[in-house]
Design a protein around this ligand. Structure first.
Ligand code: FAD
Length: 561
């Protein structure tokens, strides 16, 4: 894998397709396009999955609640994609049981929910991870003892999938790079290059990591996949006096993370908020549980999005209503994250509509300047959305006499890098054993399993690093499974270019460690400095930037209500 520096060197010159934005959508587009045989460059101003794609609820799901809104086509598409992603990334997309408790006086009765469940399973052509079943209160008490049992009438148990959104994005981008795409992080589009006919012919890209130099990237087609920045990117092409209309109504969603011992859930639990009846989840996450999400309109710069005290209290209230014997308080919150849904709908069209009612469907727009914009959608449907965008790009390329001799992208059957060679029976333990053996038993069993779960078959490469240098098996935080070799690998093979990239998106220490990784900051920075050639000043600046990231996620603690 070329380093980020090498990617920057390769950037420039001419490509068929320039993708702006390295979230799940942009990465999916780059993967699809390069697999069809197009020359592709993807530029991301920060890190892969820096935006919404590392801040979701981390579910690959049909979205049961969208059934109620009558969005059958979207649910059908999502459950079909769920099946495909389970095959493409079996290490990262894992079945998760969801309990839907129904109490006396609940808005929905068991019969209606059960009918919905049949429809949900039916839309997946009965290829859900498992078919739903109805649990009686005594079964629920046994399976999920922390849940409030008072007035419980029963709880359907259905299945969707959990994932690591940032790693799903990363592996999609890595596959694109493996196929020949230039994937350059720390590269921001400052303005578009235009021909005399007013059509976009590429972009001026700034190096946001090292020194701010710029490069011109010429492209036959440019795709705007910038999620919450969609309108800002479209505005880069506006002529004064002819500004583009806004297409997004971004809404903010936050999550809180607590110790699983404080809120012990074995399944995802579907909750309705006691004050406004919005749906949210309590989700099991190994040694942690997270609760989310909120849905509120957001105006401002997406980079400043953060949880407020009101958001945190809202989630705590819901959790305490459903788990009265496991009440959590503000001081139990280990971490928060906040993201923006890039929902499509000009704000005026949805005025008066509640945030949760704005559709999650996506839209592809082609401007008069030739810019293709993709907005909306879900993590779950990224692959199919990306294929549609590339179809549009191919049409524009053909109008210019290009895109000859393309092949099918086969993104529905080619596993992501970590899924290549994964066992058919999905036996994570068996892979963990192989990983441990590859390290000549220098990795402890829990670490080997952690690596198998997160990297799939690519964990073998990390095991080899440890075999060659046993010091890399050092745990970054005592008692936790994250090790130093993951930092090395992030720098050499996963395009990580900052401490924050490693803490937040390559490992999840930012969310999972009680100290959000601050205790191992120096060790991480030192290893990255060694691999990426940072001087001391850079190292210090990288640590400060990470501290600022943590401070933003903890800012709610300084608020008073
Ligand atoms: P992003 O991930 O935001 O990527 C856009 C990228 O563009 C950013 O990385 C940004 O840095 C880059 N960029 C911006 N401007 C420039 C520029 N000028 N030059 C270069 N780069 C630029 N979906 C699901 O399927 N399941 C879920 O459980 C789920 N939960 C969600 C929960 C929440 C709270 C939210 C907010 C969303 C959730 N979603 C979920 C939706 C899903 O996360 C998003 O639809 C998806 O991640 C959007 O990805 P994206 O690539 O379009 O945008």
């Amino acid at each position: 894998m070329p380093t980020r520096r090498e990617m920057w060197e390769r950037l420039g010159g001419d490509v068929d397709v320039l993708v702006v934005g390295g979230g799940i959508t942009g990465s999916g587009i780059a993967r699809d396009a390069v697999r069809r045989g197009l020359s592709v460059a993807l530029v991301e101003m920060n890190d892969l999955a820096y935006g919404t794609s590392s801040r979701s609820s981390k579910l690959v799901h049909g979205g049961l609640r969208y059934l109620e809104q009558g969005e059958l086509a979207m649910v059908f598409e999502s459950v079909s994609e769920r099946r495909i992603l389970m095959d493409l990334a079996p290490h990262l997309v894992n079945p998760l049981g969801f309990l839907f408790p129904v109490y006396k006086g609940s808005r929905h009765n068991l019969f209606v929910i059960n009918t919905g469940m049949w429809l949900y399973d039916g839309l997946s052509l009965f290829r859900s991870p498992k078919i739903h079943k109805n649990l009686k209160p005594k079964d629920v008490a046994e399976l999920e003892p922390a849940l409030d049992q008072k007035g419980l009438k029963g709880a359907p148990l259905y299945y969707d999938c959990s994932t690591d959104d940032a790693r799903l994005t990363l592996e999609t981008a890595i596959d694109a790079a493996d196929q020949g795409a230039i994937v350059c992080t720390g590269a921001k589009v400052k303005r578009f290059l235009k021909g005399e006919d007013g059509r976009i012919r590429g972009a001026l890209v700034e190096d946001t990591l090292h020194g701010g130099g710029t490069k011109e990237v010429r492209a036959k087609v440019v795709i705007n996949a910038t999620g919450p920045w969609t309108d800002a990117t479209r505005a880069l092409s506006s002529i004064p006096g002819q500004e583009h209309k806004k297409v997004l109504r971004p809404t903010k969603g936050i999550h809180i993370v607590v110790d699983a011992a404080k809120l012990p859930v074995k399944h995802a639990v579907v909750c309705f908020h006691p004050t406004d009846e919005r749906v949210l989840f309590a989700l099991p996450w190994g040694d942690r549980t997270y609760v989310g999400t909120t849905d509120t309109d957001f105006e401002g710069d997406p980079k400043d999005v953060a949880a407020t005290l009101e958001d945190v209290d809202y989630l705590i209230d819901a959790s305490n209503a459903y788990f009265p014997n496991h009440k959590i308080a503000r001081e139990d919150v280990i971490a928060t994250w906040a993201g923006l849904r890039p929902l499509v709908a000009p704000p005026e069209k949805t005025a008066g509509m509640s945030e949760s009612d704005v559709s999650r469907e996506h839209e592809i727009l082609v401007g008069r300047d030739g810019l293709i914009t993709i907005a909306g959608g879900k993590l779950t449907t990224y692959r199919r959305m990306s294929a549609e965008v590339v179809d549009t790009a191919v049409k524009l390329l053909r109008m210019q006499g290009g895109a000859k001799g393309l092949k099918p992208s086969r993104t529905d059957e080619s596993p992501l890098p970590g899924g290549q060679g994964w066992p058919e029976d999905d036996d994570h333990d068996a892979v963990a054993k192989r990983v441990r053996a590859a390290s000549e038993d220098r990795l402890e069993p829990d670490v080997a399993r952690h690596l198998a779960d997160n990297y799939g078959m690519r964990a073998m490469a990390i095991a080899k690093l440890v075999k060659e240098d046993p010091g890399l098996a050092h745990r970054l935080v005592a008692g936790r499974p994250e090790i130093l070799a993951q930092v090395t690998y992030a720098a050499t093979d996963e395009l990580a270019a900052s401490v924050t990239d490693v803490m937040v998106r390559r490992t999840q220490l930012f969310y999972r460690d009680v100290d959000q990784g601050l205790g191992c900051l120096d060790a991480v920075a030192h290893e990255l400095a060694r691999r990426l050639g940072w001087d001391e000043r850079t190292q210090r600046a990288m640590c400060d930037a990470y501290r600022a990231e943590v401070a933003l996620a903890r800012r709610w603690k300084t608020e008073i209500r």
